[in-house]
Each structure stands twice: as C-alpha cells, then as structure tokens.
Ligand binder design. Structure first.
Ligand SMILES: [Cu+2]
Length: 612
C-alpha cells in the first residue's frame, strides 16, 4: 500500500472544505471536553518524586474525561498529555477485575500540518473514530489521519480490540473531535501495572516522547502476592524526552564510543537534565536524578513502567555502588509464578532487571541502612547493537532516608483478603499442545528508513504447512494491510521470534500475553539473557541484535547478519514463546516492535483471531 502524498496547501484546503461541508454532522452524542489551562506541567531536575494523581473506580465503573493537549516547554520540547477537567495530568487509573473503564476524550491539539506528508495514511472503511473528515478523492472513500490524530491503547490489558475498545488500527480521534471509549475488563484480569498511551501508526513515538503515557492499575495484587500487603506503593513512571543539546540540533554524538545517550530520561516527570560536555576528552555527561523518600527499615513496592518511547533499560538498585537484591512481584501486570494454579505466587530475587520499552516490573525494595552514603536506582549500560541507540549507565533515582515523608495521601496497599483466585487467565498454559508453530522475524533497512516484522513460517501440530503472511516479506505496516495470519480462539501457539537486524527489537503482543520458554543464541551474539523472565507471562520481550562477523565498534559493518547465500553467519538470536489465545477476546489484534520509532516506520502487523 502506497501512502498518499499531498502538499500542505492541498491538505489545508481539503480539510477546510470537509469541515465546513460536514459541520452539521459533527454534533455527535458526546459533549466535547474543553481544553484545560496550563497543560502538561513538568517538574525541575532533582525534585522529590511523588505518585501521580489517581482516580479509582466506584461501583464497578470508572468514568474519566480527558482533554488531550499539547504545549511547548521553555526550551522548545513539544509536550503531550491527558488532562482531566479539574486539572489532573496523566492520572493513574485504578480498576478492579470485572470493572468497566469509560473514557471520553476530546483531542484538543491543533491541526498539525508540520507532520503532514510524512504520516498521512488513508484508513479504508470500516473505520472507527472520527469519520467527519472523509477524504473526497474520485473513486475513493477513506478517512485520513492528520499530523494531530490520536487514539488510546490500553497496554497489557486482555480486553477487546472492537471499536470503542482497545482498537489502535482503525481508530482516529482527529483534532477537534471527541470519542467515547468503553473498556470492560474481564473478571479474571490479573492484578498489576498496565499503562495507556496514544497509538496512531506514524505518530506514536512523538506522542509518547512528548509525555502522553500514564499508569493503569488493576487492583488486588496483594491477594495474589500477600508479601506486598500493607506496603507503601511507589509509581515510578520512566519517560524519555529530547536533551537540550538535541533541541539545539547539536547532538553530542549519534554513535559514540563514549556512550552518550541520545535522549534525556524523566522519572514521574522529573528530568535527569542530561548534559554532555563535548569539550572534555573524552566527553563527559552529567545527570541530576530525582529523589525518592524512604523510612529507615522500610520495604516499598516499586511499580515501574518503562513508559519511554524508545529506550530499553536495565534496572539495578545500588548501595554505595553495590548491587542489591530486589524481589520481583509482577511482570507486565501478571503476578509472577502465580499462573500454574499455585498461589500465592513465588517472588523472584534478582540483582538487576532488563525492562524493554513499554514493559512493567513491580518489585520490593529495602530502604538503605543509614550507613550507606549513596543509594540509587540506576539503569545499566546496554549494548543495543551497531544500529542501536547508545544506552549508557545512568542514575534514575536517589533514595533518601527521612523520618516522615509527610505525604498527604495514604499510599499503602490494603491487607490481602487471603482468598485464592482459582479462575485465572493463562492458567495451565503448558498443558495443551500448541496448535501451530510460527516463525516470526524482525528485519530492517540498514539506513533506518524502514522496519519490518514478518510471519514467515507456520507448521501445524501434525506437521502440515499452514498459511503465512499473504504479502511479500519486508512489507511495511499499513492500516489497510490484510492480517499476517489467522489464529483461532481457544488455542495456544508456539512462536519462534528472531531478530535479523543489527539492533535490538522489542516484541509487543496486544490483547493477550505469552509465556517465555527460552532465550536462545543470545551469548554468541554478544548479549545476555534477561534475568527473571523464563517461564513468566509477558506482553513485552526484547530480542537482541544479531552480531554478525564485523567488529562492534568501528570498521565497516556488513549489510546484514547473513552470508552471501542468505544464511546467518551466527545463529539468530531468538525467543520461544507460547501465545495464549484461550481468553475471551477475538478480533483484529496487532503485534509490533515497541521501540515506537520502529513501529511508526513499519514494524507492525495485524493478526486476526477468530472464534472457534
Ligand atoms: Cu524495534
């Protein structure tokens, strides 16, 4: 599918005509949510982090009104955020299993023609969302996106992709329009940390990079993991944003052996203020981490979202430079070791945790003893491959002991009810034989101009060949592409997911979760397996770069990790997964790389899940 190319002037005229012509039809059932003043506020570097504002369901329903807005900060960053009418920014949304989340959202961002030409894409009917701006092209009826289009993805939720639910490929909420989401959560939804963010293909990276990303919680974690009963919960929402040097268009480097990060990181909107002294030899980079308060002897539950657009992180708690053991409670909103009917779940001790972009991890942290001079949460150096971003070791948070943190709200979890939940999603996933085994692989154009995810092989449990993607290998995503494959509700599929590219990629499956069976060929490709995830149910997993024969730093890189005959020089790094389609949800789902710059440039595909 080729994208339309229109001039800005052409588009502006068309848009104006369409709005005028369709105006009588625009009076939709929803009242628009008016813009809120002073949207998208940010904190200064070194501030004390506090939990984001929170909204809770009542009587099994959470009704939320959002004005989606943009602003420009004092140094020129383009910010995006969800504002409630009373001025809460990006609130944490709390529901219980079986509740319904209703969100009325008005897109109050301006029509953005700066993004036009790069991102516009026609949506063939049937469509969802804004249908007021129908494109009038002879012989063609489709609904165009604009540079300001948005929608909302409910990341990690095992909810329906139908229109009005967690639908990302057919939903456009264009500037000025209002949309009603109704998202019923299944009664068996696992308790834990989910998140929400815009997911318009071509625009997702800019929205999340601008800060439009926030936490969504299914409460009740303490019932499956009683170890967290009564514990103080801290939300740690990590985002990325341009550094001031990025904005000045004098990036310190784009591919530096010294490991200068491409982007700044923020924690609960407190920036690190990443600054590189390029005159030093070698260049040096300084960071100003946020503070987090703890009381002596306290254990806290840290609920961490890697809500960055593009950055894998490798989290470690260090006391005076010494790695500490943390106890993992949940990964990607599934309480760990709780799915085989064995509850309460068993915690997983690790000394670091590799968290892909869009993944979540929840763990118990001990307060530092008073003798410790510097206690920090850091992200460690990640080698993301010759084509990947530089991801050096950086501090994220400094832990500070206080006698009383004077918080106005009680952030403590309730006590466990002691009730064991027998009816759970993903239970006994290792019982049935997988209906099919698929081979899926990531590939990219070496100059970074296009990215692909391919469904290239399929074998049934009896050994017969089954259908693979009905379009050529290395086709970029388009909202009008047919499904890459058809899956059947009630089945489990085994996926072998490979990385054929010279940078890390990060698989996300919408609407359900997968169990990690193995991480293969990582070491021979100069990477390490992620700790703590084998056997767990995830919605995100990183597949590291293929190394190939070239030196990792300097020298000429070959175009791919294959020899002249197209065979891998070293076995491809891959993961083996069991994808669970036994849940209540059917319809068009997507899977994609959650480095959103890759997803926006094509690394996504649709799968159709049909009822039995
Ligand atoms: Cu990617």
């Amino acid at each position: 599918m080729k994208k339309r190319k229109m001039t800005h002037a052409h588009w502006r005229i068309l848009f104006g005509v369409v709005i005028l012509a369709m105006a009588p039809l625009c009076a939709s059932a929803q009242n628009p949510i008016p813009p809120v003043s002073n949207p998208c506020q940010r904190f200064t570097a070194g501030s004390v982090t506090t939990n984001p504002p929170a909204l809770y369901s009542q009587n099994k329903v959470l009704n939320v009104q959002f004005s989606y807005q943009t602003a420009t900060d004092s140094v020129g960053r383009q910010l995006y955020c969800f504002m409630t009418p009373d001025g809460l920014e990006n609130p944490t949304l709390h529901v219980n299993p079986g509740d319904t989340l209703n969100i009325t959202v008005t897109n109050n961002t301006p029509f953005n023609d700066a993004a036009m030409g790069e991102t516009d894409e026609t949506y063939n009917p049937p469509n969802c969302g804004d249908t007021t701006a129908e494109e009038i092209t002879p012989g063609k009826h489709g609904f165009p996106m604009t540079g300001g289009s948005m929608n909302i993805h409910y990341h990690g939720t095992n909810t329906s992709p139908a229109c009005g639910g967690d639908n990302v490929v057919k939903t456009l909420v264009n500037p000025g329009s209002t949309f009603q989401y109704t998202v019923p959560f299944p009664p068996q939804e696992p308790p834990g940390l989910y998140w929400y963010h815009p997911h318009v293909h071509g625009l997702a990276e800019a929205a999340v990079f601008g800060g439009a990303a926030a936490a969504l919680v299914v409460d009740g974690l303490e019932n499956v993991q009683p170890a967290v009963s009564g514990m103080k919960e801290r939300f740690i929402i990590i985002r990325d944003q341009p550094t001031i040097q990025n904005l000045a268009q004098s990036p310190a480097n784009t591919d530096s052996p010294f490991g200068i990060p491409q982007h700044d990181l923020t924690v609960n909107f407190v920036p690190l203020d990443t600054t590189t002294n390029t005159k030093a030899k070698p260049p040096t980079t300084t960071y100003t981490p946020a503070l987090i308060y703890m009381q002596s002897g306290e254990q806290q539950l840290w609920r961490v979202c890697n809500c960055t657009s593009d950055a894998p992180l490798d989290l470690q708690v260090r006391f005076d430079g010494v790695a500490q053991t943390i106890q993992i409670v949940g990964i990607d909103a599934v309480p760990v070791n709780s799915q085989a009917g064995s509850q309460p779940g068993q915690l997983i001790p690790v000394t670091h945790y590799r968290i892909p972009p869009a993944a979540r991890v929840e763990f118990i942290v001990n307060a530092p003893p008073s003798t410790v001079r510097l206690a920090q949460l850091v992200t460690q150096l990640i080698n993301s491959g010759p084509n990947g971003d530089d991801l050096p070791t950086r501090p994220l948070l400094t832990m500070q002991l206080v006698s009383n943190d004077n918080e106005a709200v009680d952030n403590s979890l309730p006590a466990s009810t002691g009730l064991i939940t027998t009816d759970q999603l993903f239970a006994n996933i290792n019982g049935p034989t997988p209906a099919v085994t698929r081979t899926i692989f990531f590939e990219e154009v070496e100059d970074g101009s296009a990215f692909f995810v391919n469904a290239s092989g399929c074998v049934t449990s009896s050994g017969a060949q089954c259908a693979t993607q009905p379009y050529p290998i290395d086709t970029v995503f388009d909202n009008n592409n047919p499904p890459a494959f058809i899956s059947t509700q009630g089945t489990i599929e085994k996926w072998i997911v490979q990385n054929h590219a010279r940078e890390n990629h990060e698989l996300h499956q919408h609407q359900t979760h997968f169990q990690v069976l193995s991480q293969d060929n990582f070491e021979v490709n100069n990477s390490q397996q992620a700790p703590g995830i084998n056997g767990q149910m995830l919605d995100m997993i990183e597949i590291p770069f293929c190394a190939g024969p070239a030196p990792l730093n300097g020298g000429v890189q070959p175009p791919a990790c294959v020899d002249a005959n197209g065979n891998p020089v070293i076995p491809y790094p891959q993961v083996e997964l069991l994808v669970d389609f036994r849940g209540p949800v059917i319809g068009s789902m997507v899977f994609h790389c959650h480095i959103l710059g890759h997803e926006d440039l094509g690394m996504m595909a649709v799968e159709q899940v049909n009822s039995k």
